[in-house]
Design a binder for this molecule. Structure first.
Ligand code: TRP
Length: 332
């Protein structure tokens, strides 16, 4: 039986947080052996908000090295940089003609980002979901593991695929969001009602980055906002403690219930220190490995070249079919 195809991507903008790790990367590790996986550095999506070019280039490589350091096996899956595969932009253009301005204007992320970057509401920002649909549909992906905030984008990709298939005949596999299990969403350490963000600028203690050193990690957890009361229990009225329990259980590989029992009768201070130490211990080897990979430029660029080539072949096949269906002359 042919393996199902799975597609996901992360933008190389901002520093990745433990939320990105727990919510995305960690889950991908277990999926690589079960599916044919494509993982991209979505640098074309990243430029829809202003980026410093040197930083974007550096972060793209850092992200690739981090994927590998976390356990993504570039032999087993296709790890590549989006802009190295021109079919993404090409398919996006075709799909643009099947997408309505009104539906893009209604997208939650577009509205949020427009409010946040009111001085730069560019066409790319509005087209973001169509490029994402192109990413997914190019590889005939069936499964798209994403966080809750990206499900609307996967819905649109489904709509566009169905629309195209209806108009031009069966061409795209209709993808589905693959929501990772509960507890995947990691909240800000300072405002536990908000998602932990990789582009947090207001409060440097709110996000724990995968590149933070041990002291910084422990300090951030010590300063984490907790709730009234003193019990270490997962519940809706304890968003701060619940978030810390989620983080602890994810990094420890234990259930939230086990974590609660472990800290029964203990104080917030002791608990926060334990969470900080657990995260710091877990990140140290990953950081060392990422550093080693980044220093080996020939290895990393070789991996990305091979990934781009594999992605290119798969993408070319779909795009050629699309061009045929829509009536684009492709030579005789
Ligand atoms: N929009 C996604 C995010 O910010 C990143 C992304 C780009 C993506 N293309 C994708 C995710 C295709 C899944 C599939 O998280």
């Amino acid at each position: 039986m042919e393996e199902k195809i799975l597609y996901s991507a992360i933008q190389p903008s901002g520093n990745l947080t433990i939320g990105n790790y727990i919510g995305s990367i960690r889950n991908w590790i277990g999926l690589q052996s079960k599916f044919t996986c494509f993982f991209a550095m979505a640098n074309m999506h990243a430029i829809t908000v202003r980026q410093d070019p040197a930083q974007l280039r550096r972060r793209t490589l850092e992200l690739a090295a981090l994927y590998i350091a976390c356990g993504i096996d570039p032999e087993q899956c296709t790890l590549y940089v989006q802009s190295q595969v021109p079919q993404h932009a090409e398919l996006c253009w075709v799909l643009n003609s099947l997408t309505y301005v009104g539906e893009m204007e209604r997208m939650t992320q577009f509205k949020d980002k427009s409010a946040k970057h009111a001085e730069n509401i560019n066409m790319g920002l509005m087209d973001y979901p169509v490029l994402m649909a192109a990413d997914i549909l190019l590889y005939q992906a069936e499964l798209v593991p994403v966080g809750q905030d990206q499900t609307q984008h996967v819905e649109i990709a489904r709509d566009i695929a169905i629309r195209f298939n209806n108009r031009y005949g069966e061409t795209f596999r209709v993808p589905e969001a693959f929501i990772v299990k509960q507890g995947a969403k990691i909240m800000s350490l300072q405002e536990p009602s908000k998602k932990m963000s990789k582009s947090e600028t207001e409060n440097p203690n709110a996000s724990v980055y995968l590149t933070d050193d041990r002291d910084t990690i422990i300090r951030k957890f010590k300063r984490a906002v907790t709730d009234s009361g003193s019990e270490i229990r997962f519940s809706e009225d304890k968003p701060g403690i619940s978030n810390l329990l989620t983080i602890y259980s994810a990094y420890r590989g234990v259930s939230v219930g086990d974590a609660e029992r472990e800290f029964e009768g203990k104080g917030y201070g002791e608990f926060k220190l334990a969470v900080g130490e657990t995260v710091a211990d877990a990140l140290a080897p990953v950081q060392a490995e990422q550093k080693r990979i980044l220093a080996d430029k020939a290895y990393l660029s070789g991996i990305l070249a091979a990934g781009a080539e594999r992605a290119f072949k798969a993408a070319r096949k779909t795009l050629s079919k699309v061009y045929r269906k829509v009536g684009f002359y492709q030579g005789d």
